[in-house]
Design a protein around this ligand. Sequence first.
Ligand code: SF4
Ligand code: SF4
Length: 189
Amino acid sequence: MERVLVSPGKAKKQFIKEIERESGTEVSLCYQCGKCAAGCPAAFAMDYTPRQVIRLLQLEMVDEAVKAESIWICATCDTCTTRCPRGVDIASLMDALRREALKRGEVTDHKVATFNKAFLKLVERFGRVHEVGLMMEFNLKTGQLFKDVELGLPMFTRGKVHLLPGTIKGREQVKQIFKRVEQMGGGPS
Ligand code: SF4
Ligand code: SF4
């Protein structure tokens, strides 16, 4: 059977079209304002911010996008998608990239697993994520304790982040969910 030869450039374009089709969004719409990255609760732990992930796709750097730790650190919270003034569904793009990474066998590493564990522990305990706690736990476990000090101090003094965690109403129900998952053999531990 005759093989269909596709140039690397064409293959990358096809890949991006496929990712756009799967996520129902277009990377060319993004004008790099950074609102997505500014609101992302997990950006501090990412190797590429959500804005940069979109930029990689715009530049057809598909291998870099698929291998990015960011796609595994993304918690699918939809904050970026909600904030985007151009209607780019970044959360769905991250999801499509994760599926592609799984197909290629590019899966998580130690840093990503550490982040996921810290994230889930906080949700189990307080019913929601506490950004400062998450940052501290993640930076401690990955040996970069002072990484976000420059960013964290001004945010704290302006009241953008809180030292103590807040709680939610259905906290006990959230704990029950974690318990059920553990009984079924899952969980963050
Ligand atoms: S908020 Fe939207 S337009 Fe702005 S950088 Fe992010 S994806 Fe691009
Ligand atoms: S969906 Fe992912 S990339 Fe977007 S704000 Fe949430 S964690 Fe960040």
